[in-house]
Design a protein around this ligand. Structure first.
Ligand code: NAD
Ligand code: DAU
Length: 340
């Protein structure tokens, strides 16, 4: 492994992964390939822009010609695919881009990996492919029951990855990560949305009763989990990657308010998300058997994330004043007017 194509590397987890890998492996060259959608942001990579082992290429993973050109030009041997439309609420408003990027785009990358005989393709997947679980924790062999267009598009991508391993012998590996939070997360997801709204004394729109459970994972731990699976995972292997921190949304909201030092009065209960998954929980013992474990407690990681958003207004303020504004009105306008 020497020349890695990091697709979606200008997004939240992808950019954290670029920092993590450049720091850890002094012989790796990273080629970030990113369409720079609303969620892609070169500011996330400004610290490495002068690093001689980092190159940025603007492109779409569903564009076969460009993908092939990049793979050939830069002698790529490995692909780590973060590129995706990643937000459940946007997939409910408009699924098209999810099918195009998450399924068609992954297919193009698989073909490129096969045609150019790459060493490995790592698909960054999600616990949402399983759907919701009432009790216990999902294991890797459990059935797929995705409930949102986003989750279904990620499940479709994974099925293609599996087929390319089984049929063509492509050396694939998949990680199914749980809800991730940390620096550089676009403020549409609950943690950065509620942190930045709280800083601005704006309402925190909690869906339904707020009792849905997510399994929280700090972004650096997500990156180290991908690193372990990428280097040590079995060919065709699939690994759950969960933080083991199950919390209800109301618990997360209250902790955020505590760390930002704002009142509970900011919480507003609004209409629920359609098809809202009640609970996600992962059994990550398979990845742990390869030596991975999370490094920080949930509370430590959330507190330091709050601090990062407090210290980095120059990063998120232009986002919230830009594209995000229109989306926020569309997504929350009616909900906030007819709060429950
Ligand atoms: P993100 O939305 O922050 O970033 C996605 C990146 O992909 C952006 O830089 C965007 O510009 C790029 N992109 C989108 N469409 C593209 C295309 N057609 N071609 C090239 N680039 C494109 O997402 P994230 O939260 O960092 O998630 C990264 C990956 O991890 C996704 O595959 C997501 O499904 C998965 N995942 C996310 C979480 C989470 O909690 N955020 C948890 C588990 C898995
Ligand atoms: O589980 C992994 C998944 O986690 C990833 O695959 C997705 O890319 C990522 O977006 C995330 O999906 P969720 O839908 O769980 O994340 P989100 O931050 O959108 O919502 C988390 C929970 O908070 C969910 O139960 C819905 C709730 N919520 C969310 C928002 C944005 C609210 O109550 N209010 C909100 O405004």
């Amino acid at each position: 492994m020497k020349n890695i194509l990091v697709t979606g590397g200008a997004g939240f987890i992808g950019s954290n992964f670029v920092h993590y890998i450049l720091d850890k492996y002094s012989s790796y060259n990273l080629f970030v390939f990113d369409k720079l959608t609303y969620a892609g942001n070169l500011d996330n990579l400004s610290e490495v822009q002068d690093n001689p082992r980092y190159v940025f290429v603007n492109g779409d993973i569903a564009d076969r010609e460009t993908v092939n050109e990049v793979v050939i030009t830069h002698q790529i041997d490995t692909i780590v695919n973060f590129a995706a439309e990643s937000h459940v609420d946007r997939s409910i408003l408009s699924p098209d881009a999810f099918i195009q990027t998450d399924i068609v785009g992954t297919h193009v990358l698989l073909d490129a990996a096969r045609d150019h005989k790459l060493e490995r393709l790592h698909q960054v997947s999600t616990d949402e492919v399983y759907g919701s679980i009432v009790e216990g924790r999902f294991k890797e062999g459990d059935v797929f029951e995705p409930n949102s267009p986003y989750a279904a598009s990620k499940a479709g991508a994974e099925l293609l990855v599996r087929a390319y391993h089984e049929t063509y012998g492509l050396n694939t590996v998949v990680t199914r990560g749980s809800n991730t939070f940390g620096p550089y997360q676009y403020p549409e997801k609950i943690a950065p949305l509620f942190i930045t709204n709280a800083i601005d004394n704006e309402s925190l729109p909690l869906y339904g009763d707020g009792l849905q459970v997510r399994d929280w994972l700090y972004v650096t731990d997500h990156c180290s989990g991908i690193d372990v699976a990428l280097h040590q995972g079995a060919p065709g292997g699939v690994y759950n990657l969960g933080g083991g921190n199950e919390r209800t949304n109301i618990e997360v909201t209250e902790l955020i308010l505590k760390y930002v030092d704002k009142s509970r009065d900011l919480i507003v209960s609004v209409e629920d998300r359609p098809g809202h998954d009640q609970r996600y929980a992962l059994d990550s013992s398979l990845l742990m058997s390869l030596g991975w474990s999370p490094s920080k407690t949930f509370e430590e990681a959330l507190e330091s994330t709050v601090k990062w958003y407090q210290d980095n207004e120059r990063w998120w303020r232009p986002i919230k004043d830009g594209e995000f504004k229109e989306y926020y009105l569309k997504q929350y306008g009616n909900r906030l007017q007819s709060r429950l």
